[in-house]
Ligand binder design. Structure first.
Ligand SMILES: *Cc1c(COP(=O)(O)O)cnc(C)c1O
Length: 393
């Protein structure tokens, strides 16, 4: 049994492509070509070159000495926070812009919530001289002004989504509408391992560079490729998918996914999708999502905008239901405290999304000889105001 995708586009019961007929030609074009294109030597060479010289890979695997001493176990941090643009998201946007070029596309669209994926997309569009339109909820545009400014500086057009709750899911709906209307010249860069097949698999493959590097870096440092645990936060699930990818079928490596419990799992203000979610269809794939009795999608909540999504990608829905990964939910308060602790023990200010993963040490015991790798998905510059307000610094 494999925990990776099958040739029908499913992870166990989850995944597939549940899309309106109007979208079928675009998704089908991508599905028929993505593996072929990714296997081309010239594609690989350009992807690897840009990850190295533009993004700054490989990102270090750093032994966190003081954190390890405090929790009496061996903790390594995979430093995705050191990537250009400050998080793992750029691994995916580099891959997808190269894919779009090979497919002959000239116009890029994307959705964004907090603006991190929007910035990563605007960045690669500037790099390649491509037109870039980013859909963003009107509410998010107001609360994420610095990222809106970044996208504009990079030459992207930010279009407000004015319907519904005017947040991420509405921006996604607008992007899908745009794609239907512009099927020939446009590629839609989705920002996580969500959406219709082949997106979850394509994005996971681009992010899999993370675990590919962990394997040889850990071999250098510890004499073995496999850690005892790999831990990552999950919004849609792309940084976790990248960190887990090459260990998915190595069941002696324990995988831990950390979700946002917001103000408490059962508080009504949470994004703990695995616990609260039921099977349903969101943005083109069958997965676990938070919904009402009659199937309306519930508004999620988390202090971290990047984890504030009502679903998880189909890979994670399958990892949860099969028990391959352990899922843990962390509240806002637990995450903030862990972010402050990492800052003051290691001199690294994490994104609040990543802080959720670090809260695990207060909630789970590890053995002194365990090797624990945490994916530090992004840096905290974007969240400084949030931290300062929270701790009244
Ligand atoms: C967007 C983001 C996330 C959540 O997205 P995933 O697809 O679940 O990885 C996590 N961490 C950071 C720093 C982000 O910017």
């Amino acid at each position: 049994m494999s925990f990776n995708i099958n040739d029908k586009g499913y992870y166990g019961d989850f995944g597939g492509a549940y899309i309106p007929e109007m979208l079928y030609p675009n998704v089908e074009e991508l599905r028929q070509n993505y593996l072929k294109i990714m296997a081309e030597p010239s594609f690989k060479a350009e992807f690897d070159y840009l990850l190295k010289d533009y993004v700054g890979r490989p990102s270090p695997l750093y032994f966190a000495k003081r954190l390890s001493e405090k929790y009496n176990t061996k903790i390594y941090l995979k430093r995705e926070d050191l990537n250009h643009t400050g998080a793992h998201k750029v691994n995916n946007t580099i891959g997808q812009i190269l894919m779009a070029q090979r497919l002959g596309k000239t116009r890029i669209i994307a959705e964004t919530g907090a603006g991190q994926h929007g910035v990563a997309t605007a960045t690669v569009c500037a790099l390649m001289g491509m037109e870039c339109i980013v859909y963003m909820g009107e509410i998010d545009i107001a609360r994420q002004a610095p990222n809106v400014a970044r996208m504009k500086m990079l030459g992207a057009e930010v279009r407000p989504a004015l319907s519904g709750s005017r947040t991420l899911k509405d921006a996604t709906n607008e992007a899908i509408r745009d794609w239907i209307n512009n099927p020939v010249d446009t590629h839609y860069i989705i920002g996580s391992v969500v959406g219709p097949h082949p997106y979850p698999d394509m994005v996971a493959r681009f992010q899999s560079v993370v675990s590919e590097e962990i394997k040889w870096q850990l071999k250098d440092k510890e004499g073995r490729e496999k850690p005892d645990y790999v831990i990552a936060c999950v919004g849609g699930g792309s940084n976790a998918a990248g960190a887990f990818y090459h260990y998915l079928d190595d069941t002696d490596v324990k995988l831990v996914a950390v979700e946002a419990a917001g103000k408490g799992i059962y508080s009504g203000e949470s994004a703990a999708t695995s616990v609260l979610g039921k099977e349903g269809i969101i943005h083109g794939s069958k997965t676990l999502l938070m919904q009402t009795q009659d199937g309306q999608i519930t508004e999620p909540y988390s202090i971290s905008a990047g984890l504030d999504y009502p679903g998880v990608g189909p890979m994670h829905a399958n990892l949860y239901t099969t028990g391959r990964a352990e899922f843990i939910s962390i509240t806002d308060d637990q995450a903030m405290k862990a972010g402050l602790e990492l800052s003051q023990l290691e001199g690294i200010i994490p994104a609040i999304e990543s802080s959720h993963a670090f809260a695990i040490f207060e909630n789970k015991k590890f053995n002194p000889e365990d090797i624990v790798v945490i994916n530090l998905s992004g840096r905290g510059d974007k969240d400084l105001q949030n931290y300062i307000d929270y701790f009244k610094l």
